[in-house]
Ligand binder design. Structure first.
Ligand code: GAL
Length: 722
């Protein structure tokens, strides 16, 4: 039971109450800017207790105190006949975001959803991989419903008789302004349980509310540095020799590679799984893993959690499994500590102890006709619905705790998550494969405290291949998933050079990406996020514009509309992907000056620009004074203690600063304070020229930085210091 102590569901909840503070209309402040209320008798398990969240109270304290963001009397929570009815107010101009990983739309006002873990099926109806019951308002607050039930949400659609802001009745016969959807002033939610726990997160901005939600959930994961390098998933029936050959081919062709993913065929049987090596394809796993490690490459293993009768785990776990099978395999009830322990020991003995760096946890989301039905019975007594809503969380938690127990970081893939899962080192993916919708999913991931990769599998043309590849390089996992297609980065010779250039750019960006992930971990700021979390796209800006009778310029119009095809990568980079067939696109640049990432040239300022970047380039912009620390490209991310040289880029004419994060990149020693933030500053000297400084590493703290070169991209001066 060593690693799974915390998995006894419900225990962690007591820690959530320690900070109980002031009461506002029945709401208790449990951390600065975070309020909780319990109505009726909520059923167990809830999402936060399944995830075993450990709120980052110190970071929440730093965000400071704010007022309760809503008028408590406008919130209604009623428990009637074993169901909970919730209502939260909406103002006229307010927009809301979130409710999980959706793919088509960003604005949530006006939608009706049933939040239900599932493989995304092409509609934003609540059925998705991470239907997180959290929404955030551009008026600067967030609401989280801590329930593992299927929740029905009416986000600004229902109209009540007693609404203080009820729409006027109109006659459709004669009134051409008759609205099909009358105005609604509330978000309403039905929880099919006789009680519920709810949290409200204060602002003042939407970004602050998101940060508080993520910090309360334990902060974002800090990936190992290698997790941000490039990864290739190989065809399902590859042998160990073929994997080694493929890794050599990457090196020969000059493509960076940090980890390889083995798909179902590494196992003796799959769907259902043995979770044991196939000895014909992998005759000697320890020496295979050792060879790969010598080549600087880690291995990630595909799994699903349905256990085959041919697995040595089968008979032990059988008593702890549900009434139904999935592909003929038994379904462990992972809410039972013994079942979790058996599962965990099996992975540990057969793979993790041999040096496997992580997992891809497949098929824990849906579809309904594959997974257990809602009539299944589980030995814990929890309902099939609750297991469905939390299975991805349970699997992430079990595997994360295993790696944590070994003081080794992991970085993996998962197809289901939920509220409370923000701190798990997993990135969500799916089989849906729409490039445009994959970008919208990146934006929505930022509102829900999850990570998403727009993975690349195959393409019809070199153009599509390159366009998809360019965006995956600006995502939490730079990956080709060739399990079925066998594609390689060089599969389209006409764009091979450009593909290599972006794979290398990904490696160059590692210091920046790693620091942005550190901000996710320590401060709760999502590293990939939509424009509506940025200043200039929020409620106040909109209201200001409408107060002054909105100017008829494109920017003022653009910020009222959904922006679902461009996003931020960290604080300084705005990424505007190009899709197959496009030769130009519009980009909405926030207020302040913005510069072209590649050339440093001025691009625009609080306006909508049209760009024609050509096939070989994905438009990326940097804010004025923006600093982007980059490194000399390497084939593999630098390991613990390996020094890397920095090229620090500065954009625009303004002075700027940046905090660069550094630690060993592989272990959890940072939890003991063994990390450093290096302050980078670019200031104007007496002669009026820009000059860069980087602070020295604190004594006794990690220092992996070698030589530093400064590149002033806009003023075009190259200076060498140190
Ligand atoms: C799918 C998964 C793919 C691949 C495949 C292997 O469910 O989404 O990425 O792993 O299984 O059978």
């Amino acid at each position: 039971m060593k690693h799974l102590k915390g998995l006894v569901i419900g225990i962690i909840l007591t820690t959530l109450q320690i900070n109980a503070g002031a009461q506002t209309g029945g709401w208790t402040e449990v951390a600065p800017g975070v309020w909780r209320i319990v109505a009726g008798s909520p059923d167990k398990p809830d999402l936060f207790s399944v995830a075993g969240i450990r709120p980052k109270l110190e970071a929440l304290n730093k965000l400071g105190d704010v007022q309760f963001p809503l008028q408590p009397e406008k919130i209604s929570i009623k428990v009637v006949n074993g169901q909970s009815y919730l209502r939260f107010p909406l103002e006229r101009e307010e927009e809301i975001f979130g409710f999980g990983l959706n793919f088509k739309t960003v604005f949530r006002r006006g939608s009706i959803m049933q939040l239900h873990v599932d493989h995304y099926g092409g509609r934003d109806n609540g059925r998705t991989h991470a239907p997180v019951p959290f929404y955030v308002s551009d008026m600067g607050y967030g609401v989280f419903i801590n329930s593992s039930r299927y929740l029905t949400v009416y986000a600004g659609t229902g109209v009540r008789k007693d609404s203080p802001d009820a729409p006027q009745e109109k006659d459709r016969n004669t009134d051409k302004d008759w609205p099909a959807q009358p105005y609604s002033d509330a978000v309403e939610c039905l929880v099919p349980a006789g009680g519920v726990e709810i949290y409200i997160f204060g602002g003042p901005t939407a970004m602050d509310a998101v940060r508080r939600f993520i910090l309360y959930s334990g902060g974002g994961p800090l990936p190992p540095r290698w997790g941000l390098g490039f990864t290739q998933r190989v065809p399902t029936l590859y042998t160990s020799d073929e994997v080694i050959d493929e890794a050599s081919e990457f090196k020969r062709r000059g493509f960076p590679l940090d980890f390889i993913g083995l798909e179902p065929g590494w196992q003796s049987r799959s769907y259902p799984c043995t979770l044991e090596w196939d000895t014909t394809r992998f005759p000697d796993p320890p020496s295979f893993i050792a060879t790969m490690n010598e080549m600087g490459i880690r291995l990630n293993l595909w799994t699903n959690p349905y256990i085959s009768s041919h697995s040595s785990l089968y008979s032990d776990i059988l008593p702890f499994t549900g009434s139904h099978t999935v592909w003929g395999g038994v379904v462990p009830d992972l809410t039972i500590p013994e079942a979790a322990q058996l599962f965990s020991d099996h992975l540990s003995e057969n793979q993790i102890k041999l040096g496997i760096s992580g997992y891809k946890i497949d098929e824990c989301d849906g579809y309904d006709n594959w997974l257990w039905p809602d009539v299944a019975i589980f030995p814990s007594g929890y309902s099939a619905e609750q297991l469905r809503q939390t299975y991805g969380l349970l699997l992430q938690r079990i595997t994360s705790e295993l790696y944590h127990g070994n003081n080794t970081r992991t970085w993996g893939l998962v197809r289901a998550s939920n509220g409370g899962g923000s701190s798990f080192p997993y990135v969500i993916y799916n089989d849906y494969y729409s490039h445009e919708d994959f970008i919208t999913a990146i934006i929505n991931s930022g509102y829900s405290g999850v990570l998403w990769t727009p993975e690349v599998r195959s393409s019809k043309t070199g153009e599509e291949w390159l366009r998809r590849f360019q965006t995956v390089c600006f995502s939490p996992m730079a990956m080709i998933n060739a399990w079925a297609s066998g594609t390689k980065p060089w599969s389209f010779p006409e764009v091979e050079k450009d593909i290599r250039r972006y794979a290398i750019l990904r490696m160059e960006l590692l210091p920046y990406l790693y620091s942005e992930f550190a901000r996710y971990h320590y401060e709760g700021t999502p590293p990939f996020r939509g424009m509506n979390l940025e200043p200039g796209f929020d409620f106040l800006t909109k209201r200001k514009l409408s107060d002054s009778q909105r100017p008829a310029d494109q920017y003022s119009e653009a910020i009222l509309k959904e922006i679902k095809d461009q996003y931020m990568t960290g604080d300084n980079l705005l990424v505007a992907p190009m899709f197959t067939g496009q030769s130009s696109r519009k980009v909405v640049l926030p207020p302040g000056k913005w510069y072209d990432f590649y050339t440093g040239e001025f691009a625009g300022e609080g306006e909508v620009i049209t760009v024609n970047p050509g096939l070989s380039s994905i438009p990326v912009y940097v804010r004025d004074g923006g600093i982007v620390p980059m490194m000399k490209p390497l084939f593999h991310a630098p390991g613990a203690g390996v020094k890397y040289d920095l090229e620090i880029r500065h954009y625009g004419n303004s002075e700027g600063n940046y905090l660069l994060y550094d630690d060993d990149g592989e272990t959890f020693d940072y939890e003991k304070g063994i990390y450093s933030w290096r302050e980078i500053r670019v200031t104007r000297n007496k002669r009026g020229n820009l000059e860069g400084h980087i602070s020295k590493a604190e004594k006794g703290k990690p220092d992996n930085i070698g030589t530093v070169t400064w590149k002033y991209m806009t003023v075009n001066k190259v200076n060498s210091i140190k």
